[in-house]
Design a protein around this ligand. Sequence first.
Ligand SMILES: CC(C)(COP(=O)(O)OP(=O)(O)OC[C@H]1O[C@@H](n2cnc3c(N)ncnc32)[C@H](O)[C@@H]1OP(=O)(O)O)[C@@H](O)C(=O)NCCC(=O)NCCS
Length: 159
Amino acid sequence: MNNITYRRARPSDTRPILNLINVYSAKGVMLPRPYAQVMDKIRDFVVAVDKDAPSAIKGIVAMHVVGEDLAEIRSLAVDEALQGKGIGKKLLEFCLNDAKELQLNRVFALTYQTQFFDKLGFHKVEKLTLPQKIWGDCVHCAKFSDCDEVAMLLNLGKS
Ligand SMILES: CC(C)(COP(=O)(O)OP(=O)(O)OC[C@H]1O[C@@H](n2cnc3c(N)ncnc32)[C@H](O)[C@@H]1OP(=O)(O)O)[C@@H](O)C(=O)NCCC(=O)NCCS
């Protein structure tokens, strides 16, 4: 979409980021996040904004480094009215470029959107192959004991 641009999030984006997360966490497709956690991790976030209204956030994603060669994609979401126009793909590509610059070898996501990640070269892996420390957030999730999200992994340079 020509009227959308992509940039790193700023602290002042915290509330609109949270608003988008809340839309999808209310539907049970994303993990809810407290304001303080989004603010704390604001430098992990990339946002898609309207060029004509740069504070109007239309999409979000976060990439969190969890090990020397591994990062997790979190909180990927696009405004419902703008889905299917390539914004999610561009957000993810922004993160993958960052991952390459950081010389990370692997990027993963825990998701229900397996076909979206599949199109971007990710493949399904057993959750237990991922390091145990990534489950820190999961203890706050209502589905913790019965998680049905799928782990999708991308080996950078091999896809
Ligand atoms: C998942 C989500 C971020 C995708 O963003 P989007 O901007 O709609 O996706 P894009 O338009 O960039 O799609 C990229 C490709 O994936 C495909 N795709 C996207 N969502 C898909 C889906 N649910 N099923 C199958 N294919 C899908 C598109 O058709 C497109 O394929 P193409 O390149 O061959 O045309 C968006 O649907 C969303 O916000 N969903 C709700 C929140 C959510 O579930 N987030 C995931 C948390 S991990």
